[in-house]
Design a protein around this ligand. Structure first.
Ligand code: FUL
Ligand code: CA
Length: 676
């Protein structure tokens, strides 16, 4: 009987009054891009000499022998990714130091020259096999910037890099994503390379025509514009590619939101590390991001129409550290609980507009748990309501909604309202949807949820609407300190008890209990942890490392007080002060200094090369006690900590900004400088 009705409907839909098939709108994803979008979440692995030298950007002059993992186990990485719910792994086959994790014929800086397995090892072979075994996709990051290769900076190098791409794409089976880093710095001969992107892409495509190319400009997918893991709340999967190029400055905001109705389908991918750095360091073992933080990232990426590429750096043993894997499992468990049961499956779904004569686009498809079936409005109708009503009240706090992207991204604005008594109350007002949008909402009890599509580029085509009730999660305590060293700890959740330590140890209910602000003027680590349930249920441990409190410091450099006020939210910047520029600080009393910190201002003036001096009288400075560059500071403008080779005694210090991270930005800015 059902079948008969279906056929009658099919015949009817062929009649003159029936609407034609939905016309795709604007730039469209390829089949490979649709499949890629559905992966949602996969692992990044940064691994190489930097793992052993504690660097973020190796210089390419490191002895390849330093690469010597003692118990490398790629199956453990794959098993961890699989259990975490991830769909694949992308590894840094070659980072900026040029070191190849496979024995490339086109380099002398590879695993072959390393101490690992007497030079007989091949990380890519082991990882690609492990991915296969665990049903994961395998992807590669290859940095065109190569600080080791003698040909870098000459036209020959482009062919070297293409040859390396060929090796990686012919020896290790299927590759789902090719990650291209836009960084383009100097090589061993001091020259920069002019990259031949057409050659690079053409080479890879020969072997993997379906590969997704990641870069600042796509074409497969695009950088989301920051390394924090957050897409814009507005996030179009389209951009005008001609306005972008890999490594281009000043495009971050556009990358973060995409561009409405633009020429090319280049969806966002949010890359972020589970630790402060991209590479493993023993110093970050206690700084693995907390569960609430990772959840924010998940909702800020997958929940905003972007894929999440979460970096889990392999350690010096060649294993994923237990602190990281425990956190990954906590995240998986929490996400499973958040999306455990879809309340919308029980709803009666009605809509204010339907495509005439098109049973294929009826409202029942909104809640059939099938992405490939959808509801759509008639052509030209850009607004409509979707109503989910329930026999009994439901309580929910998550709403997921998906557009059917093979027909393009369309929705520009929507609201969510709930029935309270006889009236609807708006609880969310948002912009784009895309492949997937998930809203985190306060617990809301109602018998009817209304989604109003307010505006769209073409008649909306919606695949799914889902509602969930996620369990409450204890928020993270936030630790702050004033210029004078007064520490306060705040927490959003209701009624937790917070315990803290000031010596780096793990807080327990036997530690100091936080009641009001306390004084901590030294440099060191404060850890705080919230408990509910009479101390039985702990939240996450939050770790905050402080420099010396700048209580009685004075900026000798005129007008520079914002750089030493203990507040990274205020910045010292003087338009007259160009590179090289110096910032001199008087600490008032002789002080032992182990290192210094520089916090950049995300809005600009980011310093790349520095020199750091100390003095007892503010006149004699001698040679710098530290000199170098802040690796990766432009893409990741966070606080930098530089340890001196040995502690020094001094009353004054001077940071000299030698060169900018962005050549077009010639006025340095200091959100904060400090010492520890
Ligand atoms: C950046 C690189 O410079 C970082 O070292 C890291 O690999 C990150 C994922 O991309 O551009
Ligand atoms: Ca559906």
């Amino acid at each position: 009987m059902r079948k008969a009705v279906f056929f009658i409907l099919l015949i009817l839909s062929g009649k003159a009054w029936a609407q034609p098939e939905i016309k795709p709108y604007g730039a469209l994803p390829s089949n490979a891009q649709v499949k890629w979008q559905q992966l949602e979440y996969y692992m990044f692995i940064h691994f190489g000499p930097n793992t052993f030298t504690d660097k973020e950007w190796g210089h390419g002059d490191e002895d390849p022998k330093v690469f010597n993992p003692t118990e490398l186990d790629a199956r453990q990485w794959a098993r961890t990714a699989k259990l975490a719910g991830m769909k694949g792994i992308i590894i840094t086959a070659k980072h900026h130091d040029g070191f190849c994790l496979w024995p490339s014929e086109y380099s002398k800086h590879t695993v072959r020259e390393s101490a690992w397995k007497n030079g007989k090892g091949d990380v890519l072979a082991e990882l690609s096999a492990a991915c296969k075994e665990y049903g994961l996709l395998f992807g590669v990051y290859l940095s065109p910037w190569d600080r080791n290769h003698p040909a870098y900076g000459t036209p020959e190098y482009n062919q070297v890099f293409a040859n390396q791409l060929r090796e990686v794409h012919t020896k290790y089976g299927h590759v789902f994503e090719q990650w291209f880093d836009g960084a383009n710095g100097e090589g061993p001969n001091g020259k920069k390379q002019v990259y031949d992107w057409d050659l690079f892409e053409g080479t890879v495509k020969k072997y993997h025509p379906e590969v997704i190319f990641f870069s600042d400009a796509g074409p497969g997918c695009r950088w989301i514009g920051n390394e924090n893991g957050f897409a814009g709340t507005t996030n179009w999967s389209t951009i005008n590619r001609k306005e972008f190029a890999p490594g281009m400055h000043g495009i971050q905001d556009k990358l973060n939101t995409g561009q409405e109705g633009a020429t090319d389908w280049v969806p966002g991918e949010a890359d972020v590390s589970i630790r402060p750095g991209w590479f493993f360091s023993p110093a970050t073992n206690d700084k693995v991001k907390t569960l609430p933080w990772l959840l924010d990232i998940y909702y800020g990426s997958v929940g905003r129409n972007a894929n999440l590429l979460l970096n889990v750096p392999v350690d010096r043993r060649g294993r994923i550290h237990e602190n990281d894997s425990i956190r990954l499992m906590e995240l998986k468990k929490t996400l499973d609980a958040d999306f455990k049961s879809n309340l919308a499956a029980r709803a009666r779904t009605t809509v204010t507009n339907n495509r005439p004569g098109s049973p294929l686009t009826s409202a029942i498809h909104l809640t059939d748990n099938n992405y490939n079936t959808y509801w759509a409005t008639e052509d030209g109708k850009l607004t409509a309501d979707i109503n989910l009503s329930f026999e009994k009240e439901i309580t929910f706090n998550r709403l997921a909604i998906q557009e059917y992207i093979p027909l393009g991204q369309r929705v520009k604005a929507f609201t969510v309202s709930v029935l309270e008594g006889k009236q609807y109350r708006e609880i969310a007002r948002e912009t784009t949807i895309g492949y997937k949008r998930i809203l985190r909402l306060p617990n809301t009890t109602t018998k009817s949820v209304k989604i109003t599509l307010l505006d769209a580029l073409a008649s909306p085509v919606i695949s799914e609407v889902k509602l969930y009730k996620a369990p409450e999660l204890l928020a993270d305590p936030v630790i702050k300190r004033s210029k004078s060293g007064e520490v306060t700890i705040a927490i959003q959740s209701a009624d937790p008890v917070v315990y803290y330590t000031t010596n780096g140890s793990e807080p327990t209910t036997a530690s100091a209990k936080y009641s009001s602000g306390f004084s901590f003027k030294g440099s060191g680590t404060i850890k705080a942890k919230a408990f509910i349930n009479n101390g039985k249920t702990p939240g996450a441990t939050v770790t905050q490392t402080f420099d010396l409190a700048p209580e009685s410091w004075n900026a000798v450099t005129a007008g520079a007080k914002n750089a030493v006020d203990g507040n990274p939210g205020t910045t010292f910047r003087n338009a007259q002060m160009k590179y090289p520029a110096e910032l001199v600080v008087d600490m008032g009393i002789p002080t032992t200094v182990n290192g210094f910190t520089y916090t950049p201002d995300m809005r600009g003036g980011i310093v790349y090369q520095y020199a750091f001096y100390v003095s007892n009288d503010g006149k004699e400075w001698g040679e710098p006690v530290a000199k170098g560059s802040f690796a990766n500071i432009l893409n990741s403008p966070v606080k930098q900590s530089i340890k001196l080779s040995k502690p020094v005694q001094c009353r004054y210090f001077k940071m000299v900004a030698l060169a900018p991270a962005d050549e077009k930005d010639q006025v340095p800015a200091f959100a904060e400088t400090g010492v520890f």
